[in-house]
Design a protein around this ligand. Structure first.
Ligand code: GRF
Length: 196
């Protein structure tokens, strides 16, 4: 299973995937890591592991479509099977999604469909939920709304801050995302068949 990972920041979920591969738990290869941010840590982490990693900055393109076309060209030339969004902070257009329909997965730090979008952990705290967690889902045209592949929950404590809750959720993200990829690679999670 050939993976491409798209991320805009820290890259801790990327590292969890790379670790699972390194430890022989996940039968996959990370073909390339692409960021829209040239200074993203995810690129530094990937390069240090010898994985092809580079930025495709949106500012270099006149519009979203040409930016996405540039990324799609890289994905196609590497014959990627699955695109993993790991902290990728841009919303993909229907054009991109159609090219990799049911082959793009995202990790989100809440139990969807609760708390979609930005600052999910802050939203959860403000709402006062007693349980939150992480969701891995397929990406469709609506933000954080595609078919749910897996979820894991964590408790929310009265004393929690955004930082403590985010940290607790991140720990389960690092387990859940590689596990989902493992299950996809072994056929335990079946992605919808492609019609083309
Ligand atoms: C994670 O919390 C993920 O759920 C969200 O963005 C964050 C990315 O973190 N989509 P990292 O870059 O993987 O460390």
């Amino acid at each position: 299973m050939k993976l491409a990972i798209l991320g805009s920041g820290r890259g801790s979920n990327f590292m969890a995937i790379a670790k699972a591969i390194e430890e022989g738990k996940l039968d996959a290869t990370i073909e390339l890591v692409i960021s829209d941010k040239p200074d993203a840590m995810i690129l530094t982490h990937a390069s240090s592991l010898g994985i092809k990693a580079f930025a495709v900055p949106s500012a270099d393109y006149p519009d979203r479509k040409t930016h996405e076309e540039a990324i799609l060209n890289h994905l196609e030339s590497h014959e990627v099977d699955l695109v993993v969004l790991a902290g990728y902070m841009r919303i993909l257009t229907p054009y991109f999604i159609e090219k990799y329909r049911d082959r793009i997965i995202n990790i989100h730090p809440s139990l969807l469909p609760s708390f979609k979008g930005l600052h999910a952990q802050k939203q959860a705290l403000e709402y006062g939920v007693k349980v939150s967690g992480a969701t891995v889902h397929l990406v469709n045209e609506e933000v954080d709304a595609g078919k749910i592949l897996a979820q894991r929950c964590v408790p929310v404590f009265e004393t929690d801050t955004v930082e403590t809750l985010s940290k607790r959720i991140l720990t389960v993200e690092h387990e859940l995302l590689p596990e989902v990829l493992m299950k996809i690679s072994m056929g335990e999670i079946q992605l919808p068949r492609r019609s083309k």
